[in-house]
Design a protein around this ligand. Structure first.
Ligand code: NOJ
Length: 553
């Protein structure tokens, strides 16, 4: 080996991996930008707006699925893992989008959906056309029903979207398992063919140059031997026993297998787990021979309360620290009510999905104020942070959507009891005065979900011109985070001036987040950034935050 190569390698070894401290922006391709006017966002739309993302100051983007799919669960029902759905473009456009991202200094993570396929995947069609006990059926989880005529499902498992997790194959005694929609049959991960197929898929995207994968339902691929009934109360909470369908030890063998594949590639490719488990269990997914990151859902589920955040942050740092992995910090994604709305609900924190939006309306002003304050916590912590598209605008949930527009299977499978996730998936506003707020090409007014009138206030062209906008705030805070290298720092808790205040030091920055309604005193230090313009030296108003320079002036 040449000595220059040796030096380069040594340097690489000393530098922390990019994903240990990266800020990753989640793009929900359907709703980011539409280049062809069909009302659904696409890959070219993303490519065309790449400069916006580069300017924002994030390190990477994660794209929710754009693969071939009947779109029964907005693309999380994949019928071909190695092709782009015509709705979003084609492979050639994917390559162009990827190059543009890389030229702009952004890494790209793509979604991998290994727990289930679409029922329109060639494998599932083949399974239905093949006899019981055939190799084609063994790729999925078919079982004989219970009852004299097999009229009852094989066990009591419930779909995450509501109703039984089993669907009967017409005219037979066989049922198939789907932990989500009927159109998303679960794969049998005890079958070696399933392993081989996903390794092919990993390689396919790695060869094209992606920087990593977000692994859907990472805690669900292995089910407990014998598929025993779940007990009352299981499945509802990330803490404690989640039942026989989640977080089984066997899933870790899969990630060890995948890690070896990723390690064959240069460039430090990453994997992030979507695993709804406690911090203690989550740490098992990010041991050094498995994944790199896991979404910190316990953090996301924490209500607006300083003590609750202090506890969840410390618990995450402790647990992830034991396996020498960074924590992630995430407040919103395409599955939960946007945090600008959650924080404005009478009972913030309990509304992770749309259930109570039927009965309670949020306080939009308070929600936005708290959302702006919350980024001083999320982006002030060491590790990696995720931003969900539109949160940099302070975008609220669409809480006034007419039910006739709803598309989320959750809404249908619960007979409307849970309004589902459409409200956080609405196309984002680019231009206040254009049709569809500039989501599509000129004069195209079409959007797959309706945008509320309030979106005009949050449009990117409006916020770009306003130095006090949430967008301007995100840009400033992201720049400071990078400047002070907070992603690679450490948390030191400081004595806060009030029980409702969270105060910690990370490197040269002191973050003070006031989650109460009262104004509290601030230390006599220079303010680097503030969530509310009215903050003055010495006083921090309620539901607002600052970053201060840690050294005396
Ligand atoms: C988690 C994804 O984030 C969600 O959108 C999807 O419905 C389920 N997994 C099933 O794939």
């Amino acid at each position: 080996m040449q000595s220059s190569e040796t030096t380069q390698l040594a340097r690489q070894r000393q530098e922390p991996s990019w994903w240990r401290h990266a800020v990753i922006y989640q793009i929900y391709p359907r709703s980011f930008a539409d280049s062809d006017g069909d009302g659904i966002g696409d890959l070219q739309g993303i490519r065309d707006r790449m400069s916006y993302l580069a300017r924002l100051g994030v390190d990477a983007i994660w794209l929710s699925p754009f693969y071939r799919s009947p779109q029964a669960d907005a693309g999380y029902d994949v019928s071909d893992y190695r092709d782009v759905d015509p709705l979003f473009g084609d492979l050639d456009e994917f390559d162009k989008m990827l190059s543009r991202a890389h030229e702009s200094g952004l890494k790209v993570i793509v979604d991998l959906v290994p727990n289930h396929t679409s029922d329109e995947h060639v494998w599932f069609k083949e399974a239905l056309a093949s006899p019981v006990g055939s190799p084609a059926r063994d790729r999925y989880i078919f079982r004989k029903g219970k009852g004299a005529n097999s009229e009852l499902p094989p066990n009591n498992w419930q779909s995450m979207f509501g109703g039984s997790a089993w669907t009967r194959v017409d005219g037979t005694d066989q049922w198939y398992l789907h932990m989500f929609d009927t159109k998303q049959p679960d794969l049998n991960w005890h079958n070696p063919e399933v392993h081989e197929e996903f390794i092919r898929t990993l390689r396919f995207w790695l060869d094209r140059g992606v920087d990593g994968f977000r692994v859907d339902v990472a805690h669900g691929m292995i089910k407990k031997e014998g598929l025993p009934d779940a007990e009352e109360g299981q499945v509802t909470n990330v803490d404690g026993d989640r039942g026989p369908m989640w977080d089984q030890d066997g899933v870790h063998d899969i990630y060890r297998e995948w890690r070896k594949v990723l390690d064959e590639y240069d460039g430090d490719r990453s994997m992030v787990a979507e695993a709804w488990v406690s911090p203690e269990r989550m740490a098992r997914y990010i041991r050094s021979d498995e994944m790199c990151q896991a979404f910190n859902f316990p953090y996301m589920m924490t209500p607006w309360n300083a003590d609750a955040y202090r506890r969840v942050i410390q618990r995450s740092l402790d647990e992830f620290g034991k396996v020498n992995a960074p924590s992630t910090w995430v407040l919103s994604n395409h599955d939960v009510t946007r945090h600008a709305t959650r924080f404005g609900m009478p009972n913030p924190g309990t509304v992770l999905r749309g259930i109570s939006l039927h009965t309670e309306q949020p306080d939009e002003v308070l929600g936005l104020r708290r959302a702006r304050a919350s980024i001083f916590m999320t982006l002030g912590l060491p590790g990696s942070a995720y931003i969900y598209q539109g949160e940099e605008l302070g975008l609220p949930e669409n809480t006034t959507m007419d039910d006739s527009f709803r598309q989320d299977p959750t809404y249908f499978r619960t007979n409307g009891k849970d309004v589902g996730r459409d409200g956080c998936r609405v196309p984002i506003p680019w231009k206040a005065k254009a049709p569809a707020y500039g989501f599509g090409p000129d004069n195209s007014a079409h959007t797959w979900l309706p945008q509320p009138d309030s979106f005009a206030r949050y449009a990117i062209d409006v916020e770009e011109k306003d130095p006090l906008s949430t967008l301007a705030l995100y840009r400033r805070v992201l720049k400071l985070r990078q400047w002070y290298d907070l992603g690679n720092g450490e948390v030191e808790w400081l004595d806060a001036p009030h029980k409702d205040v969270l105060m910690f030091r990370n490197r040269d920055v002191i973050a003070v987040i006031n989650m109460g309604d009262q104004t509290v005193p601030l230390p006599d230090l220079q303010i680097l950034a503030q969530s509310q313009p009215e903050t003055m030296d010495g006083l921090l108003p309620g539901n607002s935050a600052v970053w201060m320079f840690a050294h005396k002036r």
